[in-house]
Design a protein around this ligand. Structure first.
Ligand code: PLP
Length: 420
């Protein structure tokens, strides 16, 4: 459920008409609903209440939506953060997330990033490899610290998602092969600058089936037993994120409740504290991209609805062939079949082909739904279009939570050397 609904024939975000945002902030613009974010945060929390020892750590995957105001909403809900760069670490801290609730993931953490995270006192490093563990140990030792770590395991399961967002197959770059994990864990447990606390895993994103997750968790459970039998201490397991969300109206995906029940069943005798790194399932349906129709151009098969949003603002269709529902802000009850495209000069800038949608004309407003995750954060300034603005709605009020960055500002950061 989300709070983007028609009221008196006009699409609202909570109690704010979309046209008011378009008039005051311009288009294209991302619009997030605070009530929806809070609702998703609560549903996920309730689904996992009491799993593992104590209450689980819920670390929002900042890469899904790193906007400071969004992070603040989630911090207020008790969420921590899963970060993958020092930039994300800074954002999580700036939004008020407790350092102890921050987990650092990623295959290429640099020495400077490891140092910054140690300085911040984060809760856990999810180590990808022996090499990373050794480097972190050296830095921590120099600083007179011990880094709290989990070893990220690559369980070699096919998550059944898009290749570009699958992370748990043996040939993906992530984690340590599960076959090598026991000996590597034992080795890292002897390294002076590290405190090995447990295991971590994240097998991919937009998972539409719980079976691969369950298979991966079962493998992790076996590894956990092997480690304990050989005398290792395993107190914490981070099960990652990945739960998918419906992008098409009517699409049914596993719910947080079903996910929680599966986790409870698989982990009941693990005797560890659990952590989760949800991203999309919290933010996806809490945001839309609001856009205006520039013009409707006649086509050979279907007309082209040319909107003022483009692949630089919302990359998912161009990058993953992803579907976003596209609806008018003031539908007149008529429909059309159209190609929905942006103004960018490449054919990749196509949001939908032969799409049945509300009838639209020049100047009309429309939204791409389910754009709250992996939307604004993947924006670029391709075609010198500047960076899209972001708005957060709360009841009948809203605030601009990210300014539009004009193409001129980006140009002004460039220099032409005086020898040209
Ligand atoms: C991307 C990512 C997540 C979040 O994935 P979602 O599908 O958005 O839940 C969690 N953990 C890690 C390590 C990630 O890379």
């Amino acid at each position: 459920m989300d709070h983007f609904q028609l009221k008196d024939g006009h699409l609202h975000c909570e109690d704010v008409p979309m046209s008011r945002i378009a008039d005051e902030v311009g288009t294209p613009v991302y619009v997030y609903s605070k009530a929806t974010l809070e609702r998703h945060a609560a549903v996920f929390r309730d689904a996992l209440a009491g799993v593992g020892r104590g209450e689980p750590l819920l670390a929002f995957a900042v890469k899904a939506n790193p906007n400071l105001a969004v992070l603040k909403v989630l911090a207020n809900q008790g969420y921590g953060a899963d970060v993958v760069s020092v930039g994300e670490l800074r954002r999580a801290l700036a939004a008020g997330m407790e350092p102890a609730k921050i987990v650092f993931s990623g295959v290429g953490k640099t020495a400077a990033e490891l140092r910054a995270a140690l300085e911040a006192g984060i809760g856990q490093f999810n180590l990808e490899s022996e090499e990373e563990g050794e480097e972190l140990s050296e830095i921590a030792s120099e600083m007179g610290m011990r880094a709290r770590c989990a070893l990220r395991i690559n369980p070699d399961v096919d998550a059944g998602t898009h290749d570009k967002i699958s992370t748990g197959k043996a040939d993906n770059k992530f984690g340590t092969p599960i076959g090598d994990a026991a000996s590597l864990y034992a080795r890292l447990a002897t390294v002076p600058g590290l405190e090995m606390r447990g295991l971590a895993m994240h097998i991919g994103s937009q998972l539409s089936d719980l079976a691969p997750l369950e298979a991966a968790f079962e493998k992790l459970g076996k590894l956990l037993k092997t480690l304990r039998e050989s005398g290792q201490s395993v107190r914490q397991v981070d099960l990652g994120g990945g739960l998918g969300v419906p992008y098409k109206s009517g699409e049914i995906l596993p719910s947080p409740g079903e996910y929680g029940a599966m986790v409870r069943r698989v982990t009941q005798d693990w005797d560890v504290s659990l952590a989760f790194e949800p991203g999309r399932v919290i933010a996806g349906n809490a945001g839309v991209l609001l856009t205006r129709v520039v013009r409707v151009k006649r086509g050979v098969v279907h007309p082209f609805v040319v909107v003022d949003a483009a692949m630089n603002d919302l990359a998912r269709p161009a990058m993953y062939g992803a579907w976003h529902d596209f609806v008018a802000v003031e539908p007149d009850g008529e429909e059309m079949t159209a190609n929905i495209v942006g103004p960018i000069c490449e054919t990749g800038d196509t949001f939908a082909t032969g799409r049945q949608c509300d009838r639209l004309e020049r100047g009309d407003l429309a939204i791409f739904r389910t754009a709250g995750a992996y939307g604004a954060t993947m924006a670029s300034s391709y075609n010198s279009r500047g960076f899209v603005a972001e708005v957060l709605v709360d009841g009948d009020r809203f605030a601009v939570v990210a300014d539009r960055i004009a193409a001129d500002s980006i140009m002004n950061a460039e220099r032409v050397p005086d020898w040209l």
